[in-house]
Design a protein around this ligand. Structure first.
Ligand SMILES: Nc1ncnc2c1ncn2[C@@H]1O[C@H](COP(=O)(O)OP(=O)(O)OP(=O)(O)O)[C@@H](O)[C@H]1O
Ligand SMILES: [Mg+2]
Length: 283
């Protein structure tokens, strides 16, 4: 059986018409672009691909699909991924199927000798030595104040581990929880990482619900900014400023193209089109 637009069942290849200044992709086409295999698309010259060492900021209100988009990109485009879960036990992040760790090498919390965690890290270290891709979540349940403190230590140690080891993609799910001084207060660690990471080919993906002033460092350093559909002019203005683009241009695209789970990816190349994609559901 085929769908009205010609693809087989379950194959999502329908692409709505894109407004001027934007170009729409199927998921496969988008991945080809991100891998550097597609320089032109539907008559547009595309911006450079997403290189190791380049950062990505994802902006969207709650439930717009930030975690899903990030997990999809990491599964497809990055071999070594460490996801920080400051909220503790995020369901979408857990649905990635990536193993959840409560310690990191060199961190203050040490796994008990021959515990499940200890054995798991031994296996991971062996796999890393053999260059087998590893995608992990760092984050423990946060039901008590004590657990919150343990999770904060884990986040801080995980950032440091990535910084020292190099080569990881660090996915910061819910950057405001991590960076806000009233919460985890780790904004400066992330900002430092964002600045030094390019050297070690470490990529940072930061998810945000809203761009408060505290959080902007992570986005300013981003080569690419992804935004879920929004009518929020303030959000559009801030994202446009971070990408160095006129906000009116973005606002027109968002007004004309308002489809659920579609993301607009904006590069910092001033004349590049805005890339539109709807990732498959993976979480
Ligand atoms: N591209 C998509 N196609 C279909 N379903 C999706 C897509 N993206 C996300 N979803 C679904 O929408 C819900 C919210 O997704 P997700 O958890 O990724 O959003 P979020 O922005 O990270 O939310 P939160 O603010 O709670 O962290 C999930 O049930 C997810 O499966
Ligand atoms: Mg999320």
């Amino acid at each position: 059986m085929t769908t009205p637009w010609g693809a087989g069942p379950g194959v999502m290849s329908y692409v709505p018409p894109a407004p001027p200044g934007a170009v729409a992709f199927t998921p496969a086409e988008f991945l080809a672009w991100a891998r550097g295999e597609l320089a032109e698309h539907r008559g547009h010259r595309l911006p450079g691909p997403w290189q190791p060492g380049q950062h990505l900021g994802l902006l969207g209100k709650t439930r717009e699909g930030k975690t899903n988009f990030a997990v999809w990109l990491c599964n497809e485009l990055r071999d070594y991924v460490l996801a920080l879960d400051p909220k503790g036990m995020d369901e979408s992040l857990s649905a990635s199927g990536w193993p959840r760790m409560s310690t990191v090498p060199g961190g203050r919390a040490r796994p008990a000798w021959l515990s499940r965690e200890h054995r798991a890290w031994n296996k991971i270290q062996d796999a890393l030595a053999e260059e087998v891709p590893q995608r992990l979540i760092a984050g423990v349940s946060t039901r008590t104040r004590q657990a919150d403190a343990a999770n904060r230590r884990l986040m801080e140690d995980a950032i440091e581990y990535c910084r020292q080891a190099g080569g990881w993609t660090l996915l910061v799910d819910e950057h405001q929880v991590l960076s806000d001084p009233r919460m985890f207060g780790l904004g400066p660690s992330i900002a430092r990482m964002a600045i030094t990471a390019a050297r070690d080919k470490t990529s940072l993906i930061v998810n945000f619900q809203y761009l408060a002033w505290i959080e902007r460092a992570g986005v300013r350093q981003s080569t690419l900014i992804g935004m879920a559909r929004t009518r929020d002019r303030d959000l559009i203005k801030m994202a446009a400023a971070a990408a160095g683009r006129p906000w009116q241009e973005l606002a027109t695209i968002f007004d004309e193209f308002e489809h659920k789970y579609w993301w607009a990816v904006i590069s910092d190349e001033p004349r590049a089109p805005v890339l539109l994609v709807r990732p498959p559901k993976v979480t």
